[in-house]
Design a protein around this ligand. Structure first.
Ligand code: ATP
Ligand code: MG
Ligand code: MG
Ligand code: MG
Length: 461
């Protein structure tokens, strides 16, 4: 089943279950400056769960574009993490609750998607007997339901509404296990979390008490790329039709097979940058712009690692626009702008990059020559500060040569630089003093004529 059909089936199914289908909200959360990106389907609905706003509809389903910076370094390492992905979700704001949410999730997964029941595992929050019983009622064998703890299976954001989660996992089989201790919820690639159901049933007060909510809520999230991975019989989202054309361009550009991590990083990061740029985010040194810059530079650096030293990300971004423009028209509307933004940043970065690479290679050789195992933190910092090398990239390049990076030393250098910046600000304040003096002088004496050129000319003649 193609990605497009999965998306459609999800929305059609929940429409039949009386949900209002809303379009994806922007990646830039509206009215929430504390959040950089929409990282889950529930983000646009947060005010309904906290009670800050009244929902227009009680049942809603969406396919939401999401961006998660916390997963940047996992891309291509785990098989399941992307920075940009689409989250399918159904929501109830004080309408249906646990029994209906579980019944619909079960029906959708087993009937609509036709997933093999023998491959499915379920998790519930440790003492959520209700969820346990409900899955059993669907026909799930009790031994297929695991009880997981607070870190994964309880959703809360400080004071406010919160509640237990229940997840659906797909088992890729023992061949994918990390070892004898591999288990559902394990970080390796055997059990893939495809759907998370949050049962918002408590209110956590200032004292940490969990008070039952009168108006309960449901928030679910299912990763489209993950479901496509399972349904298309592949083992990574990069092998699904959602990525096929994008990966193909990256393969052509880097002359590497799709299985290479560099291809995955490039395909993923360019997708995120394309969507970010479509919403007007420009590469910069802070906030959202910094995330976009970091993703772009990482993608470019992985290209450089593959021996590619001129701009190429624009062609990958064009493939993203072509592939996803039908569902996300902003990519069509802003295509030229997106490609321009990417090109400009690539050119800017490439000019400093080759010098940085040279320096790093020299540093690595020096460390190896003296039989060392660690690149000094000052060197890693110099690369970061002068050439824009993210620490993790320096680490990766070093790892290829069997070297670690002194992260503590890097942090110390970072601190020292902050201290210098602080002092520089004080200097600016001092300069400010001088400027004030001259301004006052001018106010007192009025404008003066500058005669330096004439006088100098006269003299030189
Ligand atoms: P994981 O444990 O695999 O990191 P998660 O628990 O962080 O996933 P949730 O926050 O529960 O994920 O998000 C709901 C769903 O969104 C997940 O079940 C998964 O299908 C999907 N999802 C989450 N993070 C990613 C990601 N980085 N890339 C692709 N899909 C994701
Ligand atoms: Mg996660
Ligand atoms: Mg999880
Ligand atoms: Mg989860």
């Amino acid at each position: 089943m193609e990605g497009k059909e999965i998306r459609q089936r999800f929305l059609d199914y929940f429409r039949r279950k009386d949900h209002v289908i809303l379009p994806s909200a922007p990646l830039i959360p509206a009215g929430d400056p504390s959040l950089l990106w929409t990282a889950a389907g529930m983000v646009p609905f947060k005010p309904y769960f906290t009670g800050a706003a009244k929902p227009e509809f009680r049942r809603v389903a969406t396919c939401q574009k999401c961006l998660r910076t916390q997963d940047i370094e996992s891309v291509g390492k785990t098989a399941r993490h992307l920075t940009f992905f689409e989250m399918l979700g159904n929501f109830s704001f004080g309408d249906y609750f646990k029994a209906e949410a579980i019944a619909m999730a079960w029906e959708f997964v087993t009937k609509e998607l036709g997933l093999d029941i023998d491959r499915l595992w379920f998790s519930v929050f440790e003492d959520d007997e209700e969820a346990f019983e409900l899955w059993c009622k669907m026909g799930v064998k009790p031994e297929r339901i695991v009880r997981l703890g607070r870190d994964t299976n309880f959703w809360e954001i400080g004071v406010g509404p919160c509640g237990p989660c229940s997840e659906i996992y797909y088992d890729f089989g023992p061949a994918f296990a990390c070892g004898p201790d591999c288990h559902v919820g394990c970080d390796c690639d055997r059990y893939l979390e495809i759907w998370n159901l949050v049962f918002i049933q408590y209110y956590r007060d200032e004292k940490g008490n969990y008070l039952p909510l009168e108006s309960k809520g449901i928030d679910t999230g299912m990763g489209l790329e993950r479901v496509a991975t399972v349904l298309q019989g592949v083992t990574s989202p990069f092998a699904t039709d959602l990525f096929r054309d994008i990966v193909a361009v990256a393969e052509q550009e880097l002359h590497l097979p799709a299985s290479d991590r560099k291809i995955k990083v490039v395909a993923d990061h360019v997708r995120a940058v394309t969507f970010g740029a479509a919403e007007g985010v420009l590469p910069s040194n802070e906030g959202r712009g910094y995330v976009i810059r970091r993703l772009l530079r990482r993608a470019l650096l992985y290209g450089v690692l593959a021996g590619r030293e001129e701009p190429f990300l624009g062609r990958v971004a064009a493939a993203v626009c072509d592939k996803m423009g039908e569902v996300y028209p902003e990519l069509v509307a802003h295509r030229e702008h997106i490609l321009r933004v990417i090109r400009a940043e690539e050119e800017r970065f490439l000019t400093t990059l080759s010098q940085g690479m040279e320096l790093l290679n020299r540093n690595i050789e020096q460390v190896l020559a003296r039989g060392g195992k660690v690149l000094p933190g000052e060197e890693a910092f110099r690369l970061y500060d002068t050439y824009g090398f993210p620490l993790e990239l320096t680490e990766e390049i070093c790892a290829e040569k069997g070297l670690a990076v002194d992260k503590e030393g890097f942090k110390r250098e970072m601190e020292a630089q902050r201290e210098r910046a602080r002092r520089a600000r004080e200097t600016v304040e001092y300069l400010g003093e001088r400027e004030r003096f001259y301004r006052e002088l001018r106010e007192e004496k009025g404008d003066i004529d500058f005669v330096g050129y004439e006088l100098l000319n006269t003299k030189s003649r």
